[in-house]
Design a protein around this ligand. Sequence first.
Ligand code: ADP
Ligand code: MG
Length: 314
Amino acid sequence: MDLSKLGEFGLIDIISGRFQAPEGVTGIGDDCAIMPQASGRDTLVSTDMLVEGTHFLMDDISAFRLGWKSAAVNISDIAAMGGKPTATFLSLGLPKGLSAEWMEEFIDGYKAISDRFGCPLLGGDTTSSRDKLCISVTVLGEAPSGHTHRRSDAQVGDLICVTGTLGDSGGGLQVILQGKERGAAEEALIKRHYEPMPRVEEGLALTEAHAMMDISDGIGSDLRHILKASGVGAVVDLRLLPLSAELRDACARHGWDAYEIATGGGEDYELLFTIGPEEEKTLEVPHTVIGRITKEKGLRWEGSSKDYDGYKHF
Ligand code: ADP
Ligand code: MG
């Protein structure tokens, strides 16, 4: 059978079906693996790959932004668990024709975000690639034992919340792919797409949250992971989705469906979390309530009759 019929998650099922995580360890299925240490702290590990043509277009993204984004999307997976990033490892498959100046700029971008979160680069691997640039980053993080937020931690009655605004990155991607003229709003959306800001401080402060993850594929897909892992359902009111003025502006100008981009655009790298209604009242982290967790399974959208899904990789 062709792999594309299986889908990304069917493929991961084949892999996870052959490996049982050791007792006490959380393996495949969450934003990070969680490995308890004798010190009473958990070590968090995650890895993410960016491939030219699939995740970025060399003609459009600057070397600095590509370096930034490569580290940022990985650091975001540590934020997603409520952890603190401690180190990264960078592996590069380099095609012919890249210049030393390009490489320096790439590492400057990588370093800028690493420094922002006090997360040094400690190693990696370098090899040549036939024609596409391939970037693989592994990130390590830590959290006090038992303080991580897994996708399986949602409870019936929880409110569903997100940090920041949704769809900006997805809007930026549409500007790039459709070759739209770039006014101030479009440039702001492109910046969100190329220079995502992991919500590390927010993740650390959300100690009362139950389930949590970062939004990489769009809530239409990502929320379903929480629902499946927790054995619950959800109702989300599309009218509550936090949309930036820039996204509304660009959607009005280009005739795009803002809900579609906000639910399925992906790569927001905001936090999606569930929390008890009482705990939510006292939250100091800026956030928006978009729905609630239900006993009835499935994801239901209010505010539109359309079914909004998330991004599918293949
Ligand atoms: P995220 O979007 O947070 O990076 P993914 O959707 O990429 O997470 O992956 C979901 C889960 O599957 C993660 O726990 C990840 O570690 C695991 N996973 C993905 N690809 C592989 C692979 N090739 N081998 C083992 N585990 C994998
Ligand atoms: Mg993630």
